[in-house]
Design a protein around this ligand. Sequence first.
Ligand code: NAP
Length: 288
Amino acid sequence: MMKEIILVTGATGTVGQEVVKSLLNKNVKIRVGVRDIDKIKNTPWFNQVESIILDYEKPETIKNALKGVSKLFLVTAPGTYQEENVAKSILAQAKGQELKHIVRLSGMGADKHNLFANHNAADNLLLSSSINYTALQPNTYMQNFYNYSTSIKAQQKIIEPAAGSKESFIDVRDIAAVAATVLTQSGHENKIYELTGGESLNYYQVAKQFSEVLKKEIVYQPLTEQEYISAKEAEGMPSEFVKRFVAFFQMVRNGEYAHVLPSVEKILGKPPITLKQFIMDYRDKFVS
Ligand SMILES: NC(=O)c1ccc[n+]([C@@H]2O[C@H](COP(=O)([O-])OP(=O)(O)OC[C@H]3O[C@@H](n4cnc5c(N)ncnc54)[C@H](OP(=O)(O)O)[C@@H]3O)[C@@H](O)[C@H]2O)c1
């Protein structure tokens, strides 16, 4: 029997590359759709996948990439906010093709906040389409802590406007493992999965875990909203992004990202990766 073809998008990005790795040991043919094939040439998996040009802004590349594909892992880039347009384009280009199931990286709270209106619109559009759909709505990635690697190395500090509020951070390797399971097992069609890590931690607790693993004191410095805005403006962050992060941290401070769900363990049959394990696995990123 011919292996089914799964198309993975976003494979140069944080989650997509882990989805490719998670699919390698499944009995499927992986096609990776990227804007620039040179960007993946040095990955350890390059020779185990088929690579194809795919740019959401060029519909003919979507049509071409979908040929013979039965399942799709769909990532939209942060900052484009065109999630709904990308979903529309995929559905249009999938007409008359064999696509049966789309698994899309959405975000936790997509249906609750204006901030994520575009994710929500894309989820609703795909849920109401004739193609099976699964929305993955993860909480904040542990891998976002890479953003602190400079401040952890240089100042031994983690700096955020999160006050003492908690988040159930999730490792993207768990998101990817869930995606690979959903893409290769039946029973997950037309579902929305909110995904969290297994523990809810505030940034003081996060800093303590970094201190323990890195064996040096890392301190959490909470910022006021205004201090955060000034710091991001000074870094040159575009005001659109600053506004989004400010709104996001308001929700974090309201405790909206603190809950722990059993979804990852239910789907994978094993507990989610802990923050401690994440720091141990990526220790090199946080030490000079
Ligand atoms: N960060 C978090 O904590 C978090 C939590 C929950 C949900 N999310 C959601 O996760 C998504 C982002 O995933 P990620 O972190 O894996 O993203 P990422 O690392 O920024 O990667 C984005 C990917 O999208 C690709 N891309 C950009 N524009 C494209 C286009 N026009 N056509 C085809 N591909 C294009 C990029 O390819 P190039 O290399 O060509 O640019 C890259 O592979 C967002 O929708 C965000 O809302 C994030």
